[in-house]
Design a protein around this ligand. Structure first.
Ligand SMILES: [Zn+2]
Length: 151
């Protein structure tokens, strides 16, 4: 698995921000696919980060989140993106595109739903509404009672 597949989505995007904010201060290639860097984080002294692209779990960082654990933190991700900026931009563009597609899909689904409800017969609507009220979340039931029973 690649380094990015081993990280959480939160660390991935925080790492991307760190990369864009140029928080990776010094970077040196120590051997093939291994890089050592200082990354400016939340503490006063920058974190010491070493990434191993071929063996991501051998990467290290002395931040509280990753120190002594086999976690891929945002500082490692920032170093990785600094080494491979084209990949960073590709992943960012893909995420934006995915988000747009997802929004569009949701809009289309909402449109279809509105259309469907309008095409339903009254007894079908009643049935569906009662199911939603009795099987749905309590707040929904309470809200319906407040709006239509407590007058
Ligand atoms: Zn870290």
């Amino acid at each position: 698995m690649g380094l990015l597949e081993c990280t959480s989505s939160a660390s991935l995007w925080r790492g991307y921000d760190y990369f864009k904010e140029k928080r990776v201060l010094q970077i040196t290639e120590t051997s093939d696919d291994c890089y050592k860097a200082l990354v400016s984080g939340n503490s006063d002294t920058p974190y010491q980060v070493e990434i191993n692209i071929a063996h991501p779990r051998k990467s290290t960082c002395n931040c509280p989140h990753a120190d002594g654990k086999r976690i891929i933190c945002k500082h490692m991700v920032a170093v990785y993106f600094t080494v491979r900026p084209l990949e960073a931009e590709r992943i960012y563009r893909e995420a934006i595109r995915w988000q747009r597609e997802e929004e569009q899909r949701q809009e289309e689904e909402a449109d279809r739903l509105v259309e469907k409800v309008h095409s339903m017969k009254k007894n079908e609507v009643c049935q569906a509404l009662l199911e939603l009220l009795f099987d749905g979340p309590e707040w929904q039931y309470d809200r319906f009672v407040r709006e239509y029973l407590d007058e």
